[in-house]
Ligand binder design. Structure first.
Ligand code: SF4
Length: 192
């Protein structure tokens, strides 16, 4: 991985950022190959205060790793609609598929709107995310939007361990649950 702040002159990619810890590894890793614009769109994060806290942490990351950032609010009602009836699904199950799909769909649409030719996500830094599922959804939503999806499994090459080290070193907030109210585990440290 090249030093934080390295900026590739390569092709542009809109990189969906779910949280600062995953972005702390995923952004510089992608900057080795692409000109990265971050995109924060996560209506799954509950409650509102937690959403603001995670967004602030991503903004703080820009002090250490230079990248442009697009932010999009809203989408909460659409998210509730997408996961209705799937409340009791386990993580990595159908609720997560619906949740990831709506976020990647919006990322693909945003990339097209901005004229950025490709999109990707840092979601696969987490061992709790099925890279096969994420990449399949990305391919499908990319095809619909006419934007190339960059497949990745960022937990490979020790990506998750490195993300823990980098985020601790930078002192950025690390959450202890994935994001929605169904994933809350009160009192537990983040283990994914
Ligand atoms: S556990 Fe995470 S990925 Fe799954 S529905 Fe909740 S916020 Fe989305």
């Amino acid at each position: 991985m090249k030093p934080a702040g390295h900026y590739s002159e390569g092709v542009g990619v809109l990189l969906h950022l779910c949280c600062a810890p995953d972005a702390s590894y995923g952004v510089p890793a992608m900057q080795e190959r692409f000109r990265v614009t971050g995109f924060f769109f996560n209506p799954n994060i509950q409650p509102k205060e937690e959403f603001q806290r995670r967004l602030l942490a991503v903004r703080q990351l820009q002090d250490f790793s230079s990248f442009a950032l697009e932010e999009a609010g809203g989408g909460e009602e659409e998210w509730e609609e997408a996961v209705r009836g799937l409340e009791r699904e386990p993580e990595k199950g159908r609720r997560c598929e619906a949740c990831i799909r709506m976020r990647l769909r919006r990322t693909a649409e945003e990339a097209r709107r901005l004229g950025i030719p490709a999109f990707c996500t840092v979601l696969t830094v987490s061992p709790k995310k099925d890279a096969g599922m994420v990449n399949r959804i990305g391919r499908e939503e990319g095809e619909k939007a006419g934007v190339r999806f960059v497949e990745a499994d960022m937990k490979k090459n020790d990506g998750f361990r490195k993300s823990v080290e980098i985020s601790k070193k930078l002192g950025i907030y690390r959450q202890n649950y994935c994001g929605c109210r169904y994933s809350v585990r009160p009192g537990l440290a983040r283990k994914e």
